[in-house]
Design a binder for this molecule. Sequence first.
Ligand SMILES: C[C@H](N)C(=O)N[C@@H](CCC(=O)O)C(=O)O
Ligand SMILES: [Mg+2]
Length: 354
Amino acid sequence: MKITKIETFRQQVELTEPFKISFRTITAVDTLIVKISTDAGLVGFGEASPIEQVTAESVDTEQVALDFFADLLVGSDPCAIEALHTKMDSALAGHTAAKAGIDIACFDLLGKQAGLPLWKLLGGNANQIVSDVTLGIESPEKAAQDAKKWVAQGFTELKLKVGVDDASDLATVKAVREAVGPDIDLRLDANQAWTAKHTIHMMAQFGDLVSAVEQPLPADDTRDLALVRANIDQQLMVDESVHSAKDALKIVADGGADLINIKLQKSSGLWGAEQINAIAESAGVNTMLGCMLETKVGLTAAAHFVAAHKNVHFADLDGFLTFKAPAWLHGGFENDGGVFTLSDEPGLGMTIDL
Ligand SMILES: C[C@H](N)C(=O)N[C@@H](CCC(=O)O)C(=O)O
Ligand SMILES: [Mg+2]
């Protein structure tokens, strides 16, 4: 099979309400859907959804990178995925979101050619996963109300964004815990807002109200991670500090994390995610598959990865829950609260009318 055409479709999807985290507030998703056509008549889809603050890439830069990769990769075998990454990496450093878009579309094609859903092709651990839902930074009252709503829908894990105001963070966590009771897992994500000293101070105050904190330190402050980990009672997860297998290797070798949040948009797709997860698993570190604000195209690829691998203990694949569902997108996983069931259709198992 050979690639005959790579096209990119820029899509805007509105959120049902603004999503606020420590470094930005998002009201709409601006994303790139990648379509790869082949001489076998099979078509694969992927998504490139960059965040400037995390990967220094924007939708405009990734559009240019994708146009460049389109010329580079026409005529290549889409199933020779390592060879495709080698070609892309040799020609253009970075641009992990554009590479993720190509990678996901090629895995979709690989699954379609093999007649297998990706969760089976990648490992086949299970066809169901459990995802949390993330609450943006809100007033304690609104957060408690939202938390109750998600728990009533069947979610058992909540991730709360913190990092703008300490007093409000503490009040929010207390209010949410009171609203949802003791059996719901609460994790925090500070999105780089704190120092090591401040993280230790804050986590002592949260105590057993929460089980983990994600990326409290600035992305490049990896030196202090082991110190923080040794001085908090909750699990320490890294997100923005890990983009590649090399980043993961350094952090696990230094004892700097209990958990790693892998995102396909940081890891150049499923191929890079495999490498990060393998390093983490070898070091006894579990992973989570997280997301940027992506549509169900990127989220479905990530859900397949979770379902394939037993080392992926958590999923934060909630973006679609607060989107106005796009008319061009059908299929992917079905969700009943936080339980997502993947289809047995080949590849991603999605139909995309673009
Ligand atoms: C949407 C997901 N639950 C999430 O929180 N993702 C990011 C931040 C979202 C973004 O900036 O687009 C994270 O930091 O984990
Ligand atoms: Mg995060």
